[in-house]
Design a protein around this ligand. Structure first.
Ligand SMILES: Cc1ncc(COP(=O)(O)O)c(C=O)c1O
Length: 357
């Protein structure tokens, strides 16, 4: 394929080129950075966004006093494009990510990316890297990473006067090869993810920096994920490190946490709609940690994996077992199957979630 048109930044033909598409082992892709042909880059200056450009070079010259570096004006998103059964490439709910990013930008006093600009940038970069969208049937997808940061120089604690919005993409593989596999979770009572009136509800880079230490501790103890409780009392369930909490009650109801300090997951919102459509009761309410043993199934949900079944939660050395030991419970499996069927165009999309690129 010829390089995409409109490549800017004087970088055409220089630096590292995209990985050779023809050599990608689609069946064995993981979830790690891979370089593609280009990313899209827009700059906000003098109160307005420019038209953006496609840039091949995966590097960026940043001012030493950029607010992103000092004061954490840095937010991001994560979504996917899928090669569907009919061969078309479609984005899943990119409009929801655009709105969440605008919300994050407002909270961080950053220039907002208008929804239309966000969607156009995402479509543009996916189209320019279309050959990197894994073939239908491999279980892979194109992960789309939009990010917005303060690039303007500022030495007092104040918002930047210049922002950069970039979107890059990379092919990722099926997380589960051979069925959904349950994982163990741990509650680390020495850590909170976010304060009740803090920034847990927005996708701010600093939230993830703060999560690295507890995640490493959980990992070193042999747990795949950590489950956070509310910061005020440590009595109520908030969410897992990078995914929302879903409990399936004994009578088959969908229960998820109501809290102002968790990230509103697009996957969770979608699964709630699917659950209601399948006739399940959906409850968004405070969930006392004491309720954990009563659930028939527990899952962690997010864009990367859709649903990860959680079959054990350990707190203070005490283990609570939930659901089947070796596979996914039937209700979460049903939700996962319906969701991925919509994403890959194998089932109708009555909710209008998928948009062709
Ligand atoms: C803290 C947190 N919660 C939940 C999610 C899941 O959100 P989504 O379904 O929009 O990927 C993510 C991932 O973005 C996350 O980082």
């Amino acid at each position: 394929m010829a390089p995409p048109s409109g490549l800017g930044n004087g970088q055409q033909g220089k630096g590292v080129r995209g990985l050779a598409k023809q050599n990608i082992d689609w069946a064995n892709l993981g979830f790690s950075y891979l370089q593609t042909d280009c990313h899209v880059r827009h700059v906000w200056r003098d109160g307005k966004w420019d038209d953006g450009e496609l840039v091949t070079e995966p590097f960026f010259n940043v001012h030493i006093a950029a607010t992103a570096l000092h004061y954490g004006q840095s937010i991001f998103e994560g979504l996917k494009a899928f090669r569907c059964k009919d061969g078309e490439v479609r984005l899943f709910r990119a409009d929801a990510n655009a709105r969440r990013m605008a919300n994050s930008a407002r909270r961080m006093c950053m220039a907002e990316v208008p929804e239309e600009l966000f969607l156009n940038a995402v479509k543009r970069v996916v189209a320019a890297n279309i050959d990197y969208v894994p073939p239908y049937g491999t279980g892979g997808s194109l992960y789309v990473r939009p990010l917005l940061f303060g690039s303007g120089a500022q030495i007092g604690v104040n918002p930047a006067d210049e922002y950069v919005f970039m979107v890059f993409v990379l092919p990722v593989g099926a997380y589960y090869k051979g069925g959904l596999k349950p994982v163990r979770a741990v509650v680390l009572d020495d850590y909170d993810r976010s304060a009740p009136l803090g920034v847990g509800h927005v996708k701010v880079a600093g939230n993830y920096a703060a999560s690295l230490e507890p995640h490493r501790i959980a990992h070193d103890k042999g747990f795949a994920v950590e489950l956070y409780l509310d910061a005020r009392e440590h009595s109520y369930i908030e969410e897992f490190g990078t995914s929302n909490f879903i409990g399936i009650s004994q009578d088959g109801g969908y229960v998820t946490a109501a809290s102002s300090s968790i990230l509103p997951s697009v996957t969770n919102a979608s699964l709630q709609t699917i659950a209601a459509d399948m006739g399940m009761d959906v409850a968004v309410r405070p969930i006392p940690f004491a309720e954990v043993p009563s659930f028939a199934e527990i899952g962690a949900c997010g864009t990367a994996v859709v649903i990860t079944p959680v079959n054990e939660i350990v707190r203070d050395g005490e283990s609570i077992k939930i659901g089947p030991t070796d596979g996914c419970g039937p209700v979460l499996q049903k939700l996962y199957t319906r969701m991925t069927a919509i994403q890959y165009g194998e089932a109708p999309d009555p909710f209008g979630w998928t948009v062709p690129v």
